[in-house]
Design a binder for this molecule. Structure first.
Ligand code: 5GP
Length: 431
């Protein structure tokens, strides 16, 4: 597995803005960049090659693929269907490739929704006149089609605010430098990567233990759970799911076979990891009861709701002056597993605590829940923990030792915790 995960880079903007040229420039410049060849129902133009420019197919076949969930995104553009293969993109990303998509604005917005960490670059033509003359000089469309594309351009440009970057493509040389800069800058973003090899070389001790996970089965829970009050509303916990997702990625990268059980979180699912989405604490428990006996470690990073409404009201509760809400405790997942499972696997728990007694409470929790380790993270530090991209805290072990983790990105922390857990279990096995 490549140390630096692949990135999903989307170049979108009106036809004639120069997206395809810039997309190919990235692929030619960076060896890790790969071009996603789309499928379309339009017929091939003169010099276009099947499998290089597009995969050409009929409408019926395209519709079938939509129904089979083949496409990560698709859209109708100028009367033809275009779509991106989901499996191919996910496999390339898991391999560490940076996937370059040259697609329309509707598709780009779908990608951002499915992959919030994708990078959307809007390629803007310098003016309506320049766009019009570029489209006319391509000689691929009749004048009516050119007019239609110009109208579409105005609509597409109205979406520029949903993008991460824009490049105004007036001089191709300048635009090439700009797109390369975005690519390079994104590769260097700390939050996007795990520890670079140079860091590992300087501080190798911190990474001893990662090798322990090769071929092991690890279950990671993540995200909040939702407990419904009626068909529309629910109570839940604040949680982005990023810590759990980062743990799943860290164990995956260490060579573990990871099962990721996640509540409704806003982070996209990690590639190369079996994922089971759940909604409630009860559903999460049911999956774990089925799976934990085969596992070598259960990582409980989910922010499971401790309460649920005592009754479920069908439909949507009408607004009225005062509504009484009776809550009851959900079952404690670890206590329940301990009660029902004969051969429970080791558990690493997470504990978000507020106030000066936070550490003490976390230690109490580790004991009560029979966990071998617990990551205590204080809830009262600005910009860290819940719904933040960074975290900090202490990983306590049940032999009284601990590892302090300074504030860093959740991806970094996950890797340090994964190594520390490996060291601890290895030591236990040896003694
Ligand atoms: P053309 O027919 O000129 O090659 O492409 C027409 C438009 O469709 C362009 O804006 C192009 O970027 C877009 N397009 C190409 N492939 C895809 C795709 O897979 N998905 C989406 N949504 N748009 C695409």
């Amino acid at each position: 597995m490549n140390n630096s995960p692949g990135q999903l880079i989307v170049l979108a903007g009106p036809s004639g803005a120069g997206k395809t040229t810039l997309a190919h420039h990235l692929v030619e410049t960076f060896s890790s960049a790969v071009f996603s060849v789309s499928t379309t129902t339009r017929v091939a133009r003169g010099s276009e090659i099947e499998g290089v420019d597009y995969f050409f197919t009929g409408r019926e076949e395209f519709q079938k693929r939509i129904e089979n969930g083949y496409f990560l995104e698709y859209a109708e553009v100028h009367g033809h269907l275009y779509g991106t293969s989901g499996d191919w993109v996910r496999e390339e990303l898991a391999r560490g490739g940076s996937v370059i998509l040259d697609i329309d604005v509707q598709g780009a917005l779908q990608i951002k929704e499915a992959f919030p960490v994708s990078i959307l670059i809007f390629i803007l033509p310098p003016s309506p006149d320049v766009l019009s003359s570029r489209l006319s000089s391509r000689n691929t469309d009749d004048p009516d089609a050119v007019l239609l594309r110009l109208e579409m351009a105005a609509w597409e440009i109205s979406w520029i605010g949903s993008f991460d970057y824009f490049i105004c493509n007036s001089r191709l040389d300048d635009s090439m430098v700009q797109v390369e800069s975005i690519f390079r800058g994104e590769r260097l973003k700390i939050a996007n990567i795990t520890f670079p090899p140079e860091v590992r070389a300087f501080t190798p001790d911190r990474f001893i233990g990662l090798e322990h996970w090769h071929g092991k089965r690890v279950i990671v829970t993540s995200g909040p759970t939702r407990e419904a009050l009626d068909r529309v509303r629910f109570i839940s916990n604040r949680s982005s799911g990023l810590m759990g997702c980062s743990m799943a990625i860290a164990f995956r990268d260490a060579g573990a076979d990871v099962l990721f059980v996640t509540g409704p979180a806003c982070i996209s699912r990690p590639a190369g990891v079996d994922t089971i989405p759940v909604e409630t604490a009860k559903e999460m428990l049911e999956i774990l009861v089925r799976e934990v006996e085969e596992a070598d470690l259960l990582v409980m990073a989910a922010a499971v709701s401790d309460f649920r409404p005592s009754t479920f009201r069908d439909g949507k509760t009408e607004r009225s002056g005062t509504v009484r809400l009776d809550l009851e405790a959900t079952s404690d997942i670890l206590e329940e597993l301990d009660r029902t499972i004969d051969c429970m696997c080791p558990v690493m728990a997470f504990s978000l605590e507020f106030g000066p007694d936070g550490e003490k409470r976390a230690l109490g929790k580790m004991k009560r829940k029979g966990a071998i380790a617990i990551f205590y993270n204080p809830g009262d530090v600005q910009g860290a923990g819940m719904e933040a991209s960074s975290n900090l805290g202490k990983l306590f072990f049940n032999d009284g030792s601990y590892l302090e983790v300074k504030r860093s990105s959740k991806r970094y922390i996950a890797e340090l915790l994964t190594a520390a857990m490996g060291r601890y279990l290895k030591k236990g096995n040896e003694s």
